[in-house]
Every structure is written in C-alpha cells, then in structure tokens.
Design a protein around this ligand. Structure first.
Ligand code: DX5
Ligand code: ZN
Length: 215
C-alpha cells in the first residue's frame, strides 16, 4: 500500500519566544503534523519542553500533534501528555521501562502510538510490537539535537522495517537530517512521514519548503 508523504515540522528549531506564531505559520504553510520533541536531559543529553508547552501551543492549530518522547521514565507522564492535546505519542525502544506496558497505556487513552529506534538499534526489535503500534519512527541522527547530519547507513533499516511491516497499516516516520535530497532517499526506501526541523526553519518560505520536501 503506497501512502501519501506527510511532512511533520519539528518545532525544536523554532524560535521558542514565539512558538504560538511559528505553529500558526506552519499550519498556514500546509504542514501535515506538528512534531514535538520532548527531551529530559537523561535519556538524551538535552532538555526541551514538557506537557505545559504542548498545551499552550495546542490552541494555535488543529493539526495533529506528533509527540516524540525522548524521556525515561515515560509511563508516569503519559496522562499529562494526553491531557495536553497529543494525538500521536511515540516512545523509544531503548527505555528501561517496559515498552509493552507504555504502549498499552497510550492505547487505553485511544491515541495513536509509535515506537522509535535509535540509529544503533536494529530493525528486528520491532517484531515484538508490530501488531500493537501505528507508527515506527526511525532516527537518522542520534536523538538530542536538531541540525545534525543525516546518517545514510539508516536507509537499509528503513527498507527492513518496511519489509517487516508487510501489508499492515503502519506509518514509517524518519527523523533527523532531512533536507530535499535525503527526503527523496528515505521516501524511496519506504518512509511516508518526514520530520524536518532545521531545513524548514532555515527557509524563508515555509510553504515552498514543505511542498518541496513532500516531493
Ligand atoms: C532530534 C529530534 C528531531 C530534530 C530534527 O533528536 O528528534 O526531531 O528536531 O531536526 P533536524 O531536521 O534539524 O535534523
Ligand atoms: Zn523528533
């Protein structure tokens, strides 16, 4: 099944002093999702935003909030992220907590759930969760910061994940170092949701860059 390519701008690269306006601009520019990177300074070496910020930008758009949780522990924060208006919640495979339990909790709230793999985590780990997730997020940089270089060795992993998914209705999202060139490569390999932070925010025409990334 061939899926339409969706663009999920990461607000990690936005000007945090005017986050609401930035989200409005992305909405008007025709993005599909708003990608929100939550980091705790423990699972990854950076601290970003929490549920209160998600809640405060919620009023600026009706677009899907695609929340990428790079935090561990994660379980106890799920209810707050649900209440703040998250639509898709993605957790990392590499957390110490039980991934299956967190997936179950997110599904109990009837939200979409994703599982993310760091670059060093092999594709095959998803087999255990493949019938329980809506999305698989493949990191093409080490999670933690925007503006890093795309890791080409992850292309093979995208292909493997695509193969493992088979006919299931699961999205393949790619995050890190996406620009016009790498967007083409990951879509060719099987990705259908592209996260992009620095490429979009560096541009002075969000509408154009979003449409170019979509290909
Ligand atoms: C990295 C984040 C990404 C990041 C992508 O840990 O998960 O979403 O913002 O930024 P770019 O597109 O600049 O690589
Ligand atoms: Zn992300």
């Amino acid at each position: 099944m061939k899926k339409k390519v969706k663009i999920a701008p990461s607000i990690l690269s936005a000007d945090f002093s005017k986050l609401g306006q930035e989200v409005t601009l992305l909405d008007k520019a025709g993005c599909d999702y708003i990608h929100i990177d939550v980091m705790d300074g423990h699972f990854v070496p950076n601290i970003t935003m929490g549920p209160d910020i998600v809640k405060s930008v919620r009023k600026f758009t009706k677009k899907i909030f695609d929340v990428h949780l790079m935090i561990d522990p994660v379980m106890k924060y799920i209810p707050e992220f649900i209440n703040s208006g998250s639509d898709i919640i993605t957790i990392h495979h590499e957390i110490d907590e039980c991934v299956t339990d967190v997936i179950k909790l997110i599904k109990k709230y009837e939200r979409k759930v994703g599982i993310s793999l760091k670059p060093s985590t092999p594709a095959k780990v998803i087999e255990k969760y493949i019938d329980d997730v809506d999305l698989i997020l493949i990191m093409t940089v080490e999670p933690g910061f925007g503006g890093q270089r795309f890791m080409y060795d992850q292309i093979e992993k995208i292909k493997k994940v695509k193969y493992l998914i088979g006919e299931r209705n699961i999205d393949i999202e790619v995050d890190g170092g996406i620009d016009i060139d790498t967007a083409k490569e990951v879509v060719k390999a099987g990705a259908n949701i592209l996260v992009s932070g620095s490429t979009i925010f560096k541009s002075n025409n969000y509408k154009q860059i979003i449409s170019d990334l979509r290909g």
